[in-house]
Design a protein around this ligand. Structure first.
Ligand code: HEM
Length: 180
């Protein structure tokens, strides 16, 4: 084999593997729902919830779990993508219309960023959170029970202070993927 052919086939093999890895990865979420203009994909992996959420905004995108009343007591994950970098915060619903980072309320940050992108007008965040972090500012997620899931996104600004232009609460059994 000539050096050139060797390089070409090695490159071909490498790009095929990368493409395959990419498509396998893209298909790894166990569940998927479209809620109005937002999409929510997730997987329950033993003690972790892996989430991919997308919305038509260049500002923040948020997901929350189990509020007691509107935003109160919810475990909220909010983030945006700026200059290709993902900024995510593990927040807590401090009141019916307010939230603050867990770390500022005596809790800790329990979110792991997996990725994110801003393509055209769509922002996508991918992260994992523990189902039971042990943090009082997170609560617990029981995949087999009915989980109240909040979805929201902000206006086209990279600021977590701006109020949402869209918000919704849905009830999902995270194990089966069934939405009420
Ligand atoms: C960024 C700052 C935020 C502000 C200033 C804010 C403010 C508010 C306000 C004033 C309301 C009352 C209803 C209304 O006026 O529309 C509300 C409701 C709501 N918010 Fe937020 N919010 C913020 C972030 C978030 C985030 C990150 C989420 C979730 C991921 C969220 C989810 C909700 C939901 C689901 C409701 C409606 C609750 C219901 O219909 O019972 N909010 N918010």
């Amino acid at each position: 084999m000539s050096f050139r052919r060797g390089v070409v086939s090695t490159f071909g093999l490498l790009s095929c593997s990368l493409l395959l890895a990419g498509s396998l990865y893209a298909g790894t979420y166990q569940h998927s729902l479209t809620i109005d203009t937002m999409s929510l994909d997730w997987s329950v992996n033993s003690d972790t919830l892996a989430v991919k959420v997308a919305a038509p905004t260049t500002g923040w995108v948020g997901v929350g779990f189990n509020p007691s009343d509107m935003m109160k007591d919810a475990n909220i994950i909010i983030g945006y993508v700026k200059d290709g970098k993902v900024k995510i915060s593990d927040d807590f619903g401090t009141g019916v219309t307010s939230h603050a980072p867990d770390e500022r309320r005596g809790g800790s940050s329990n979110v792991t960023v997996v990725g994110g992108s801003e393509v055209g007008k769509t922002t996508t965040l991918e992260f994992t959170i523990p189902l039971k972090s042990g943090d009082a500012k997170d609560g617990m997620i029981d995949p087999a029970a009915e989980t109240k899931v909040m979805l929201a996104y902000g206006p086209d600004r990279d600021s977590m202070r701006m109020k949402h232009v869209y918000d919704k609460i849905v009830t999902i059994n995270l194990s089966t993927g069934t939405m009420k």
